[in-house]
Design a protein around this ligand. Structure first.
Ligand code: GAP
Length: 482
């Protein structure tokens, strides 16, 4: 695959492409949308499914030491007591006395403010008090907390005072059954991980597998984030792809390194550019309450580096906590060495939506051609939503019949789209913008003369003529070259 040399700097370009081409839409848009909740459209759902399937293949089905599960979102409320989420899963929240707006304290001290000035939308970073005072006269469109700074005295732009921080628990609450009281309170899971711990014995006993082994699942998680934002990067409803790898405590560091390397290779294999990826080890003070050591895989998003995945050494924290709260022994008997221990857990925890966002940002590309700027998504063919577009040059019966036959031959083998609307140029642009690696074009010569079709390559726009009888072979060869 020819590497992308374009670096996306403005997220808005991708947001607009995503809306235009059916990749991602704001949720409940006809009602004005719901803050930080998004829907995947017909093209986006295929991309997300591909990403999830590729993860499942690499982390589960291609291996003999990982088992998949699919657990419920609602769990016994004691799970969250044992895991520490009821006590510790919170962010420091501060409130502006002037506007009542709430911010995460650790995000607030440099603000990105969008204002309307002389009818223009201007974005500025306000870390200077006088600058902020002047802004009050202008119409403030949005205020986005950016990074942390030491300047704690900086007030909110409207001149309000920020309250002392208080801990805000991020779990969404609901009720199970008809009564709405504290005895029926349950939570929407804030991570998929806990289901793997509480099913440890079930999987161990039903699989008869020896340690080391892992349990994986993908699914929705919910966090009432104080400051969501940056499109699908931080949302309140999102999907995770997590794996808990149970190992002997003496081997924890070896496996921690193994899963960091494995994860980084996975992102590279499916097209993320090496220079846009880095590993960042957590400082001690930022470690989650369950972790002995954590490293993030970060991606260089258009606004800054951001976390795609955290790989943590969760030690025996969760199994011990669930043993204590449930009264069930979750230790493991090692028959070979005749000893009993509580396994340590290494956890690669990846976000499905963030990964999709990173694949889209990395693939987004603008190229100057003689006539126009060509926008394309240089997605890896395995991530691309449509692998082949079948494009007849005209809607004449003979061409339609021939093209439909080609489409029927391909659609069982590759995700294929048939498109006979608009001019061929417009159809190529559309396929480029959704990342279709190959277009197969059928013209009158195909039908009347040489029984051949044209294959057009998305990245190079190179066209080759191949016999229709050899089309599948030629397509497979082309995919190998990506
Ligand atoms: N079980 C560990 C755990 O949940 P995490 O670092 O909080 O760890 C793992 O989450 C991954 O889930 C993150 O690296 C990110 O990709 C994704 N994620 C977390 N919060 C998210 C949010 N609010 N919106 C979108 N993705 C999120």
């Amino acid at each position: 695959m020819s590497k992308n040399s374009y670096q996306l700097k403005e997220l808005e370009k991708l947001v607009s492409l995503a809306k235009r081409r059916g990749i991602i839409f704001p949720s409940s848009e006809i009602y004005g949308g719901l803050s930080s909740v998004w829907d995947y459209g017909p093209i986006g759902v295929e991309i997300k499914r591909n990403v999830k399937n590729l993860w499942w293949k690499s982390f589960v089905t291609e291996r003999d030491d990982i088992f998949g599960i699919d657990a419920s979102i609602l769990m016994h409320p004691d799970v969250w007591k044992a895991s520490g989420h009821l006590d510790s899963f919170s962010d420091p929240l501060v409130e502006c006395s002037a506007t009542g707006k709430r911010y995460r304290e650790d995000h607030i001290f440099i603000l990105e403010i969008q204002i309307k000035k002389e009818n223009k939308l201007i974005t500025i970073e306000a870390s200077d008090k006088d600058e902020v005072k002047n802004l009050v006269k202008d119409k403030i469109i949005s205020i986005t907390p950016l990074a942390e700074s030491n300047n704690k005295e900086n007030p909110s732009p409207e001149g309000g005072i920020l309250s002392e921080p208080r801990n805000f628990n991020l779990m969404f609450k609901t009720f199970i059954g008809p009564a709405e009281d504290s005895s029926s309170t349950v939570y929407l899971r804030p991570e998929t991980a806990q289901a793997m711990f509480v099913n440890f014995l079930n999987v161990l006993n039903s699989s008869r597998k020896k340690i080391p082994f892992g349990i994986a699942q993908q699914g929705k998680s919910f966090r009432n984030e104080i400051t969501p934002g940056n499109f699908t990067f931080r949302t309140r409803e999102f999907e995770q792809m997590e794996m808990e790898f149970f190992c002997n405590p003496s081997e924890d560091e070896k496996w921690h390194k193994y899963w960091i390397d494995f994860s980084l290779d996975w992102f590279k294999k499916y097209g993320l550019r090496e220079e846009n990826l880095m590993i960042r080890k957590h400082e001690n003070e930022e470690l989650p309450h369950y972790s002995k050591a954590s490293s993030d895989i970060e991606y260089l998003f258009p606004w800054s580096w951001g976390e795609l995945e955290t790989i943590s050494n969760r030690t025996d924290f969760d199994l011990k906590a669930h043993s204590k709260f449930s009264g069930k022994d979750l230790s493991y008997f090692d028959q070979e060495n005749n000893n009993r221990y509580t396994p340590f857990v290494i956890e690669p925890a990846m976000g499905a939506d963030r990964s999709v966002l990173a694949f889209l940002c990395d693939a987004y590309c603008e190229e100057e051609t003689e006539k126009e700027t060509r926008t394309l998504l240089k997605l890896h063919p395995d991530v691309a939503p449509i692998k082949i577009a079948v494009l007849p040059l005209s809607r004449k019966d003979s061409l339609t019949e021939y093209s439909k036959k080609i489409f029927d031959d391909l659609k069982g083998l590759f995700t294929t789209q048939y498109d006979d609307t608009q001019s061929i140029g417009k159809r190529y642009r559309r396929q480029d913008e959704i990342g279709t690696p190959l277009c197969v074009t059928i013209d009158f010569e195909s039908v009347e003369e040489d029984n051949s079709v044209t294959i057009r390559d998305r990245d190079s726009m190179e066209q080759i003529r191949v016999s229709s009888d050899k089309l599948i072979e030629a397509i497979n060869d082309k995919f190998k070259s990506f």
